[in-house]
Design a protein around this ligand. Structure first.
Ligand code: NAD
Length: 484
């Protein structure tokens, strides 16, 4: 679509470049849809390479001033931003619900998490204070961190506010200037982030937003002035961005999709286990990269599965993101059923308007079935039955992904064994969603992450900075040696 021909609740989304919201004249637009009722609430521009260049020039102009401020001064913006996130939580969470569909409590949790991420950025002066050592008489080595330069952050639809805040506060507090490319499915929250940061005193050009899809992302990967890129989204696109960005000699950290396993032992506490497992698979309608989608049952856990069935029947989830997502999720359930699995709770066939799929539990899935290996990204959990914990770990390790894995058990020995042996970057014990909280870092293994480092917490500091190693000697009596 090229023309903005019908009026919508929100005006067409605009790019944010050099501290101003700007129209991208003459470029194509996509509908932004409220998934709860299918209504079109705005339109988003599909920006061409020239818009990415405009944003890069604005970032380049801002970089000398911003990067030369002491970090203690830069983080003052984020102290104010955190307060603004908290002050505006009602409005920000309502906007998330409108464009993404998640229910109010989930949307609020997202803003609280954004505030926590910002709080971490405020602590960066303390955390990044340099290293210094007298390495030989009178000779001192020290390490200082410098920003990478102009960086870009490409984000997915499932956390319109939180995932942009995985990167914005840390990258910018560490002195970089950023181009954010939000998901074209949920572009509205990003505009509010820019407004709040402007209100908090962020100078123009330090954060820029360019909306769009594939063409925009490719332009980011190819742009000569962009030095670093983070990506969060599906594994298919993570590979594209990682390959294209690194081929252009940029540092890239690309987080991909997931298939998270919960290993449930027969001794697991039934009430806590059943409610946590259901909350993990159904929260945000299963559209979380940390959502559990495979329950690996060890031995007989029918008493837990029965409880899960009854909890799941009462769970209210939001819609899934789009008509295509609903079709994809429902057809993967149907395919598993045809392959011989047993649907215990069936979320298919919910009528519109909007894109609804209820929580779904599928038993007697085998590791060979497509639904056991591919990411469904909806409120669907499969149960794979195994005889012992080693068998369960074999199932987990067969996955090409490696974001999260958890074990539910009362045995410390089994818990430790699974934590050590699961092939995943984030593991948990009796926790359905083992998200590391700040200051710990977020990042998976295998095809859930490409590149070195993590995207949040301490693990992100190395990615967003370059270290400079400085050696100094002021005293001539230190003598002459091989370092002179
Ligand atoms: P997606 O990969 O479709 O889109 C992510 C971003 O890539 C968007 O900004 C989109 O515009 C862009 N994009 C899409 N197709 C492209 C292409 N061909 N070339 C270049 N860019 C392209 O992901 P999504 O559907 O928005 O989000 C859901 C996925 O994100 C799931 O796979 C989920 O597991 C994953 N995810 C992972 C994490 C993590 O931390 N590992 C976190 C959140 C979401």
């Amino acid at each position: 679509m090229t023309a903005i021909d019908i009026s919508t609740k929100y005006p067409p989304v605009r790019n944010y470049i050099g501290g101003e919201f700007v129209d991208g004249n003459g470029i194509n637009y996509l509908d932004v849809t409220n998934p709860a009722d299918g209504s079109v609430i705005s339109r988003v521009p599909l920006s061409p390479a020239s818009e990415v260049d405009r944003a890069a020039q604005a970032a380049k102009k801002a970089f000398p001033g911003w990067s030369s401020l002491p970090i203690k001064e830069r983080v003052q913006v984020f102290f104010r931003y955190k307060t603004l996130l908290e002050k505006h939580i009602d409005e920000l969470s309502a906007l998330i619900t409108e464009e993404n569909g998640k229910v109010d409590s989930e949307a609020r949790a997202e803003i609280l998490k954004s505030a926590e991420l910002t709080e971490f950025a405020c602590s960066l002066p303390q955390i990044t204070a340099g290293e210094v050592l007298e390495v030989s008489r009178g000779v001192e080595c020290r390490v200082e961190r410098f920003p990478v330069g102009i960086v870009a952050s490409i984000t997915p639809f499932n956390f319109p506010n939180m995932v942009p805040n995985w990167t914005i506060p840390n990258a910018i507090a560490l002195g970089n200037c950023m181009i954010l490319k939000p998901s074209e499915q949920v572009p509205l929250s990003a505009g509010r982030i820019a407004e709040l940061l402007r209100e908090a005193g962020l100078p123009e050009g330090v954060l820029n937003i360019v909306h769009g899809g594939q063409e925009t992302v490719e332009a980011i990967c190819d742009h000569l002035d962009i030095e670093g890129i983070t990506f969060v989204g599906s594994t298919r696109v993570a590979k594209i961005v990682y390959r294209r960005g690194t081929a252009n000699l940029k540092r890239v950290l690309a987080l991909g999709g997931a298939k998270n396993h919960l290993i449930v032992m027969p001794d697991a506490e039934p009430e806590m286990t059943s409610s946590n497992v259901v909350a993990s698979m159904s929260g945000c309608a299963g559209q979380r990269c940390m959502a559990a989608s495979v329950m690996v049952s060890v031995g007989n856990t029918d008493h837990i599965i029965n409880r899960m069935v009854s909890i799941m029947r009462g769970v209210k989830t939001g819609p899934v993101i789009s008509k295509e997502a609903k079709q994809r999720i429902e057809s993967s359930i149907t395919e598993a059923e045809k392959a011989g699995a047993k649907v215990l709770v069936d979320g298919r066939g919910r009528e519109g308007p909007g894109f609804w799929v209820g929580p779904t539990l599928i038993d007697y899935v085998t590791p060979d079935m497509r639904i056991a290996q591919e990411e469904v990204f909806g409120p669907v959990m499969v149960i794979i039955r195994t005889k012992d914990v080693d068998d369960a770990l074999r199932v987990q390790k067969r996955s090409r992904y490696g974001n999260a894995a958890s074990v539910f058990t009362e045995s410390g020995g089994v818990a430790r064994y699974v934590m050590e042996n699961a092939s995943a970057g984030m593991v948990g014990v009796n926790v359905g969603v083992p998200v590391p909280r700040e200051p710990f870092s977020f990042g998976g293994w295998n095809e859930s992450k490409f590149g070195v480092g993590d995207i949040t917490g301490r693990g992100s500091i190395e990615f967003w900075t370059k270290s400079k190693k400085m050696t100094t000697k002021w005293n001539k009596e230190a003598g002459v040696n091989w370092m002179s």
